[in-house]
Design a protein around this ligand. Structure first.
Ligand SMILES: [Zn+2]
Length: 318
């Protein structure tokens, strides 16, 4: 039997036999190459030492799992100066040495693992005729080499939560290609500086306004221009505006109702912590109720807003 195009094997692999069962398809393959080169000295040899079978899992066909049985020859190396006496023939277009699955099956499983992860990926793979454990999928994921990216000229840096409120890492983005290029295990200045020292050529660093990344950029790339990222500027503005509106919340309905209404008294400015404590003590001495701190007031305002929203939802539901 020749090499049918259907299975897309290399031209020097011949299909000798094919066994069709209810759930599996078994293909018996042999190599038609007359000689092989020694992996150590590259000396060609055609003197066969022995033969054995190698079993490989391949991509499924028409819902059946496919198994390849490769008849492998072991050759003598006749080069007198080569330390190797025998070697087995390899099929680098089909599978790696010692592998139990073909390259194309490995690639397919890797893509499934990237899309779905371990358990969900294993369920789908089994349904598609690629029986595999979720541990194997995770091993394939971890065995993938990370892609290499050139050092960007304009680098964006920001933190992300491994676990919110507990543990944070750093994401680095090439701002010209909008491509994430690396992750750092924490958000320490020294870690960021070390990355910059290993990746020379960053000219602009776009960062948040916290001191950590500023310090890291200063240490790791002292010549780079640093700038606050637009996102963080807008986010800071939004937060400041939110706090202002929360403070002035009582005035808003009055303003909405009538422009001619008496303007509300301006709220007091931010008191220092010391003044706050002194005021509280004075109130306590006078036997009055202690006024709330700024944080407590904000918390109360937020709670009031949530309660109003809840009431509105209940009303709409009715
Ligand atoms: Zn050799």
């Amino acid at each position: 039997m020749t090499n049918p195009l259907l299975f897309a094997f290399p031209v020097d692999l011949q299909l000798e036999d094919l066994l069709i069962e209810s759930e599996t398809l078994t293909l018996l393959l042999t190599s038609s190459r007359s000689s092989q080169t020694c992996p150590d000295c590259a000396h060609a040899s055609s003197r066969v030492h022995s033969r054995y079978s190698r079993r490989l899992a391949d991509l499924p066909c028409q819902g059946r799992a496919v198994q390849l049985y490769l008849k492998v020859r072991r050759f003598f190396c006749d080069n007198p100066v080569c330390p190797r006496q025998t070697f087995a023939e390899q099929f680098p277009e089909v599978a790696c040495a010692y592998a139990r699955r073909t390259l194309r099956q490995g690639k397919t499983l890797q893509e499934i693992a990237f899309a779905l992860g371990g358990r969900a990926g294993a369920r789908l793979a089994c349904f598609l005729g690629l029986p595999v454990s979720f541990w194997t999928l995770l091993r394939l994921l971890r065995g993938t080499l990370p892609p290499h990216f050139p050092t960007p000229r304009v680098l964006g840096v920001d933190d992300f939560a491994w676990r919110k409120g507990d543990h944070y890492g750093t994401i680095l983005v090439d701002l010209q290609t909008h491509q994430p290029i690396d992750l750092l295990p924490d958000r320490e200045a020294e870690t960021f500086a070390a990355w910059l020292r290993e990746h020379l050529g960053v000219e602009v660093v776009s960062r948040d306004r916290a001191s950590g990344y500023a310090e890291g950029a200063k240490k790791g790339a002292p010549d780079a221009i640093q700038g606050a990222s637009r996102y963080h500027l807008v986010a800071n503005l939004r937060d400041a505006l939110q706090r202002l509106l929360d403070r002035e919340r009582q005035c808003l309905p009055a303003l909405q109702k009538s422009e001619s209404a008496t303007p509300p008294e301006p709220t007091k400015g931010r008191s220092s912590r010391k003044q706050e404590v002194q005021r509280k003590e004075a109130h306590r001495e006078a036997g009055e109720r202690v006024p709330l701190t700024r944080t407590e007031t904000l918390r109360q305002v937020r709670r009031g807003k949530r309660y109003e929203r809840y009431q509105a939802v209940v009303e709409l539901h009715r």
